[in-house]
Design a protein. Structure first.
Length: 258
């Protein structure tokens, strides 16, 4: 076995939504595999705290942080200006930032549903396009989009969230085909319920948790590290012939039958 196929030594990865939950776990996973990581999130204090903690855990990795809201088109451009100014190059982009407000379709106001699309879909679209010239400078680069099972089937997230994640999955397929000849692989993961700060309130309701577990063949909620492991695999040289895929990280939820 060639050990280098399962490492990311010498590679630079950009991760959005990197300060907590799944994003923080992705940074840790990539750093543990040898990558240097550029961390982006809205909350500067929380982001810097996460960076320092992960730097202590992975002293051989170089971790840099930039506070920005990728839902804002101007700040998306600022993120990529920062990456270009660093001069480190870029081999991996993980579009993880996401948001939601769950309610009935007729109860959303325009600003609210547009914010969901800006964060979940348009940020990935623009950051991928901005990163493309940097990613193309290498023989093999990778984009991984963090989608959701709600982009593949109906769940109780509200329509805008599901719509934005479905769009993200289709963006994954389109870019994978268009950019394959440039050495840029594009894949996605689709988590089901993962134990994070954002899901903690719903999962604290025992009746709701029972419903979730009843629909999950593995009978438990996932952990951020389990999503991060799937993301990291798709970034590895070992995954060099995989592109355009969406891997469910869902404990079997999408394949549930009766």
């Amino acid at each position: 076995m060639q050990r280098g196929r399962w490492r990311l030594d010498g590679q630079v990865a950009l991760v959005t939504g990197a300060s907590a939950g799944i994003g923080r776990a992705i940074v840790a996973e990539l750093a543990g595999l040898g990558a240097d990581v550029l961390m982006v999130a809205r909350d500067e204090g929380l982001l810097e705290q996460a960076r320092q903690e992960l730097e202590d855990e992975f002293p051989d990795a170089e971790l840099r942080a930039f506070a920005a809201d990728v839902a804002d088109p101007e700040q998306r451009r600022e993120v990529m200006d920062w990456v270009e100014d660093l001069g480190t190059g870029l081999q991996v982009l993980v579009n993880n930032a996401g948001t939601n407000a769950s309610r009935a379709a007729v109860d959303y106001d325009e600003e609210e549903w547009r914010q969901i699309f800006e964060t979940n879909l348009f940020s990935a679209w623009e950051l991928s396009r901005f990163a493309y010239p940097l990613l193309c400078q290498h023989a093999s680069s990778s984009i991984v989009n963090v989608g959701s099972v709600s982009g593949l089937t109906h769940v109780r997230t509200g329509a805008p969230y599901g719509m934005s994640k479905a769009g993200l999955h289709q963006l994954t397929r389109n870019l994978a085909c268009e950019w394959a000849e440039d050495g840029v692989r594009v894949n996605a993961v689709a988590p089901w319920y993962i134990r994070t700060r954002r899901t903690s309130a719903k999962l604290a309701d025992p009746d709701y948790l029972d419903e979730v577990l009843d629909r999950t063949p593995m009978g438990r909620v996932g952990e951020p590290e389990e999503v991060a492991a799937a993301v990291a695999f798709l970034c590895l040289p070992a995954a060099s012939y995989i592109t355009g895929e969406c891997i469910g990280v869902d404990g079997g939820f999408l394949h549930y039958g009766f």
